[in-house]
Design a binder for this molecule. Sequence first.
Ligand SMILES: [Zn+2]
Length: 86
Amino acid sequence: MDRPAGTGQDEDASRQDRELRLDGRRLGRLRGGKIRITCGCGHSGDVPVAALVARHGDEVRVRDATASMRCGNCGGRRIQEVRWVE
Ligand SMILES: [Zn+2]
C-alpha cells in the first residue's frame, strides 16, 4: 500500500494541535494575515488580524477577539473552527 508522503495521521494531529494553540494566542503574536472563522452552519469568513488588533488591542487572545462575532449567514455564534491564513 503506497501512500503519498504527508498524508499520515501524525500530520493531521499536529495540524489540529496548531489550531488549538492559535485559539489562545495573542493577536500581537500573529504577524499580519487573516483569521478565518468557520461557523457551525458551514459559512466561513476572513477577518484581517489588523482589524482585530485595531478593535481589541494586540494583547487580546484570538478566542476572545472572535467570541463576540456573529455569522453573516445564520447570525449565530457557534464557531466551529478558527485558523490563521497568510
Ligand atoms: Zn452560521
